[in-house]
Design a protein around this ligand. Structure first.
Ligand code: PPY
Length: 302
């Protein structure tokens, strides 16, 4: 049976996401970088981590860990709605809650609710929503903002359920593997890249993005992260519609490899919402093949 590591401990949203990829042996790992390390080391077959949230944006721990060390490829994604349960030790009243702990992304999604319902509470960041529940059960903090399933795993009481400042908030998770066989193109694929642009030339970001636009490739996400050493240098994370096996996408990646300082391929995989990613007219594989055949003829003097 395949082994999937997830960002744990038991009862995180990421565990729920990992289980949606099917039957496997699931292994809880305490941080995102450690999930990726377990996959790289071959201790597990795959790893599940959160990558972005519709309220708070990128999960920077995931972005950084994907750009460093040995490359891993995303082979699947899942999008989950996030609504929280607020858990306390049995008997606690709202006015007793002096500390409310959770993953920073969870705290950001319940800020208004906490201000209204737990006016005496100071927010405290923990590694995950479930680690907050563990710490509340151990007496370190008074309340945890957790996934609903955490109430089944830890001896805590639900002070509130279905909590969310933004009703429709969703989080996207990736399933990562060591490089090997790519998932087949499905017609509703996404390709993820990390690109370091040659930053000291005017128009370099526009030129990079033009390589996608010229080939009819739809960009679905762009995020930048600093390269850490100094201001002015950034790594761009791009998500685009299409699969590297398609001519226009392969061609665009080759162009990015040529014009940018560094490109890291992070995977081509089916989109969770299954929206189409097909090439627009004049950018299909057969258009590319016909154009390449014509150039070959010209070169041969025909
Ligand atoms: O801590 C968790 O449970 C996670 O899986 C990360 C997370 C945090 C907040 C919203 C969605 C996912």
């Amino acid at each position: 049976m395949s082994r999937i590591a997830y960002f744990g401990p038991r009862g995180t949203f990421t565990e729920q996401a990992a289980r949606s990829f099917g039957d496997a042996e699931f292994v809880a790992v305490d941080t995102v970088p450690l999930v990726l390390a377990a996959v790289r080391a071959g201790e597990v077959d795959a790893g599940c981590v959160p990558v972005e949230n519709s309220v708070e944006g990128a999960v920077t721990a995931t972005m950084d860990a994907l750009a460093e060390d040995e490359p891993l490829y995303a082979v699947g994604e899942v999008v989950l709605p996030v609504r929280f349960s607020v858990l306390t030790r049995p008997g606690a009243e709202p006015e007793d809650v002096k500390t409310v702990a959770s993953h920073p992304h969870a705290l950001a999604q319940v800020r208004q609710w906490v201000a209204e319902h737990l006016p005496n509470a100071v927010p405290v960041a923990t590694t995950s929503t479930a680690s907050a529940a563990v710490k509340v059960s151990e007496g370190e903090f008074d309340a945890a903002v957790s996934a609903p399933v955490a109430a089944l795993h830890y001896p805590l009481t639900e002070l509130a359920t279905d909590v969310a400042d933004v009703d429709t908030a969703v989080t996207r998770f990736l399933l990562l593997r060591r490089p090997g066989n790519l998932p087949r193109p499905t017609g509703h694929d996404r390709t993820s890249l990390a690109v370091v642009i040659a930053h000291d030339e005017p128009g370099s970001l526009a030129n990079t993005l033009s390589e996608l636009a010229l080939r009819g490739i739809n960009l679905t996400r762009i995020e930048s992260r600093p390269l850490r050493g100094q201001f002015g240098e950034y790594r761009f994370y791009l998500d685009l519609d299409g699969h590297v096996a398609e001519q226009r996408v392969g061609d665009a990646l080759a162009a990015l490899h040529r014009v940018s300082r560094q490109v890291r391929f992070l995977g081509s995989y089916p989109k969770a919402d299954q929206s189409p990613s097909q090439a627009p007219p004049r950018a299909t594989d057969s258009d590319y093949h016909a154009a390449a055949a014509w150039v070959a003829e010209v070169r041969e003097g025909r």
